[in-house]
Design a protein around this ligand. Sequence first.
Ligand code: FE2
Length: 116
Amino acid sequence: MKFAEILKGAEVEGKEKHVPVIEIDKGRGEAGEDIVRVIVGKEVPHPNTVEHHIVWIELFGVKKDGKVVNLGRAAFGPSYTKPNVRFQVPVSEFKAFCALAYCNIHGLWQNCIEVE
Ligand SMILES: [Fe+2]
């Protein structure tokens, strides 16, 4: 088995939304920093109970030369914190961003976006 076989994406998403949505807000931080926001359940909220919740989100960046950088990880307290997190990242140094989200019931989900 390969690691990629356990990663799920938009192609298998049902009515419950797990795919991490990645949004870039260039220069929109408090002091003009670039922000990369990752959200699970942006349109349809994912359940957020002890029994069923998003446990963590991780963000990776792909540099212009192809090097992969782990940019950060957020872990959530079920029923209190929502899986919606912002990272301050120098966006222009990267050509793509990829996020992983882990649901304790439905497994590991991925998404990537290219930076223009
Ligand atoms: Fe789930």
